[in-house]
Design a protein around this ligand. Structure first.
Ligand SMILES: C[S@@+](CC[C@H](N)C(=O)[O-])C[C@H]1O[C@@H](n2cnc3c(N)ncnc32)[C@H](O)[C@@H]1O
Length: 308
C-alpha cells in the first residue's frame, strides 16, 4: 500500500513546485520512484541503510575521523551534500558547524525524521539543473554509478559554488589489486571486473575515484589536491590500522556485494537472479578468505572556485 506522501517524505522539501491536491502528490511520489528505478542501480531498503552507515564509519576511520579534507575555514554557511543517502554525513557536518545551513539532496527519501535544525533534505535528481546556488562547500561521497555524466555534474558544482568555495568528492577505485598475486583468478576479481565492465557498457562510470581529479580540474576548480587511501578487504593485514579498515570493509561488503551488482547484471547483462547469487556467494567467500589479500584505493579530491 502506498503511504501518504508526507509520511514517506518526512521532514523533507522538494525542489519541484508544491502541489495542492492528494492526486498531484501521489503523481509526484510516483515520478520520484520511477526516476529512482530508472536511474539508480542500488536498493534503498533497511539493509542498504545499515550498510551506508557502516561505510560512513569505515570512511571516518580511514580519514582519521575527518568528514572532509578541504580547507573550508571554521564558519561555512551554505553546504550541499550530493546523494546524501541516510544523511549521516550531512548531520555530522551540521553538528560540527552550527553556523552552516546544510542541504542533503537524494533521489530516495531514506533520511531520518529528526535531524539537527540546520539540516534540510531535498528529494530530487542532482543531474537536473539546480535551483539552489552559492554554496561555500559542495560534498559528494560514494556516488559511483549515480550520475549520468560526472563531468557535467562537476561543471554544475562549479557554476553553483560561491567564489572561493570548495568542492570535495570521495570515491572508490573499483579496480582491486593485491601485492602478492593472491587475487589472480579469484571470484572477487571477476566480480569487480564485471561491475566495471557492465556499468561502462550502459555509459555509467562506476570506477569514479581515479577520474575525479580530471573532472574537477576540467570544471575549472583550482588548488586541486588529491589524497589516496589504501583500504584492504578483510582483517588479514598485520598493521593495526589497516586491519581495522579491512574488518569494517568486509562487514560492509557482506551485504554490499549483492546490492552492488544484482540490478546491473539482471537488468542489462541477461543474468538470472540465481546466477548472480552464486557469483555473490563465491565473492563473499573470497572476501573472507585470509589467503586472498584484496586491496583497494580510495580517493579524496578537492578544489576551489576562484574568487571573481
Ligand atoms: C551509495 S549511496 C551514498 C550515500 C552517501 N553519500 C554516503 O556516503 O553515505 C548513493 C546515494 O546517491 C543517491 N543518488 C543516486 N543517483 C542520484 C541522483 N541522480 N540524484 C540524487 N541522488 C542520487 C542514491 O539514492 C543513494 O542514496
Amino acid at each position: 500500500m502506498t503511504r501518504p506522501t508526507e509520511m514517506r517524505y518526512p521532514n523533507t522539501q522538494r525542489l519541484l513546485p508544491r502541489l495542492s491536491s492528494q492526486l498531484e502528490m501521489k503523481m509526484e511520489e510516483h515520478i520520484m520512484d520511477t526516476v529512482m528505478e530508472a536511474t539508480y542501480y542500488m536498493p534503498n531498503d533497511e539493509n542498504e541503510k545499515e550498510r551506508l552507515d557502516m561505510m560512513h564509519e569505515l570512511m571516518l576511520t580511514m580519514m582519521g575521523r575527518k568528514l572532509f579534507l578541504s580547507p573550508i575555514g571554521s564558519s561555512p554557511h551554505r553546504v550541499l551534500d550530493l546523494g546524501t543517502g541516510t544523511g549521516v554525513w550531512a548531520m555530522d557536518f551540521a553538528d560540527q558547524f552550527p553556523s552552516a545551513e546544510v542541504i542533503g539532496i537524494d533521489l530516495s527519501p531514506i533520511q531520518p525524521r529528526f535531524v539537527p535544525p540546520n539540516v534540510k533534505f531535498i528529494i530530487d535528481d542532482f543531474d537536473d539543473t539546480w535551483v539552489e546556488k552559492d554554496f561555500d562547500f559542495i560534498h559528494g561521497r560514494y556516488l559511483a554509478g549515480s550520475s549520468k555524466d560526472f563531468a557535467k555534474l562537476l561543471r554544475e558544482c562549479y557554476k553553483n559554488a560561491a567564489p572561493g568555495g570548495w568542492v570535495e568528492f570521495q570515491e572508490w577505485d573499483t579496480d582491486l589489486f593485491s601485492q602478492d598475486g593472491s587475487t589472480d583468478g579469484s571470484s572477487i576479481k571477476q566480480y569487480y571486473e564485471l561491475l566495471n565492465g557492465e556499468f561502462a557498457k550502459i555509459g555509467r562510470v562506476i570506477n569514479t575515484g581515479p577520474r575525479l581529479e580530471t573532472w574537477i580540474r576540467d570544471a575549472g576548480f583550482k588548488n586541486v589536491q588529491v589524497k589516496k587511501y589504501l583500504v584492504p578487504m578483510g582483517a588479514w593485514p598485520k598493521d593495526k590500522h589497516l586491519k581495522t579498515l579491512g574488518a569494517w570493509n568486509l562487514v560492509e561488503a557482506e551485504s554490499g556485494f549483492e546490492a552492488g551488482i544484482m540490478a546491473i547484471l539482471t537488468r542489462h547483462a541477461g543474468w538470472s537472479k540465481e546466477e548472480v547469487d552464486i557469483l555473490v556467494a563465491k565473492t563473499r567467500s573470497d572476501a573472507k578468505n585470509p589467503a586472498i589479500h584484496t586491496l583497494f584505493n580510495f580517493y579524496v579530491v578537492y578544489g576551489q572556485k576562484q574568487e571573481d
